[in-house]
Design a protein. Structure first.
Length: 296
């Protein structure tokens, strides 16, 4: 896996430990030497395209916005933009050549909505939660919560006005700092739109056979959803540990579903259909009387 693919799956920003775990120390050091990987904060790294995004914003005398601003603020996103999002004043004329380099937005941003070269955190959250698909917006909100911005999220919910405001508040109400990464958030975003399914991130399950903390858990229906990360696939010991963990959950009466990153990102209809089907299966089983065949 390339450094670019790895960072995309981790949400655009990652710690050195995450990168080394997914790739190797040699690959990470080489990417840092050749400039493909850059430091964007203490122990946090991103692709050099993050710096390129800042350059494009400066060139247009504009502001990084939407998911490009989210990355600038240190929040992981579900989809790293191929071209940087840049917002310029409504009456600004931009040449076709420059437009091809960015995802251009026109809006009049006031002084208190600016944070250096980017839209402020509050405006960035409003843009992302209003405009992104539900699960991608949830990934940004979860990232903000994970990085200590829960008070900011509450303020955005209170101040939300106009079209999309109920949606903004719904996403913020669903945001959880416990969410491990954008991949898990994306899966949870799909699950939250399945009637009857109520999943929570990183719930500790304790029983006689199983003692584990899966990615997503529906306690009432005893359903576990795992966002199957690529990080451990090359390690046999980790594979064995996970296989045992899932087997013990099944023995203890849990249904375990595992979803690949590619399906959560590119085949959400499939994921949604599977989740709808498993809810129907659990509900149908609950209505079937216990068989007492052969009882004295």
């Amino acid at each position: 896996m390339s450094v670019a693919d790895c960072l995309s799956q981790l949400g655009g920003i990652a710690s050195r430990a995450q990168l080394v775990r997914a790739l190797s120390r040699r690959d990470v050091d080489r990417a840092l030497r050749n400039g493909e990987l850059v430091a964007v904060g203490r122990g946090r790294y991103a692709l050099s395209t993050v710096n390129d995004a800042v350059r494009h914003a400066h060139a247009l005398n504009g502001l990084l916005s939407h998911t490009s601003a989210a990355l600038h603020h240190g929040w992981e996103v579900m989809r790293v933009p191929e071209r940087p999002h840049v917002t310029v004043p409504r009456k600004r004329k931009v040449s076709e050549e420059r437009r091809r380099e960015v995802e251009l937005h026109w809006a009049d941003v006031t002084g208190d909505e600016v944070d250096g070269i980017a839209c402020s955190k509050e405006l960035t959250l409003t843009q992302c939660l209003r405009g992104l698909p539900f699960n991608e917006g949830l990934a940004v909100a979860d990232s903000a919560a994970r990085h200590g911005e829960r008070a900011l999220l509450r303020r955005v919910a209170i101040n939300a006005r106009g079209p999309g405001s109920p949606r903004i508040r719904r996403i913020i109400n669903a945001a959880r700092y416990e969410a491990a990464n954008p991949f898990e958030s994306g899966l949870r975003g799909i699950a939250l739109n399945v009637p009857g399914l109520d999943v929570e991130p990183q719930v500790l399950i304790r029983s006689e056979t199983a003692w584990t903390r899966p990615d997503l858990v529906d306690r009432d229906r005893r359903i576990v959803l795992e966002a199957d990360s690529f990080e451990w696939h090359g390690q046999r010991r980790a594979l064995r540990r996970d296989a045992r963990r899932y087997n013990l959950l099944v023995v203890d009466g849990w249904i375990v579903l595992r979803f690949a990153w590619e399906d959560v990102m590119f085949d959400q209809d499939y994921v949604h259909q599977v989740l709808v089907a498993v809810v129907a299966l659990v509900d149908a089983r609950a209505q079937v009387p216990v068989c007492t065949c052969g009882a004295a």
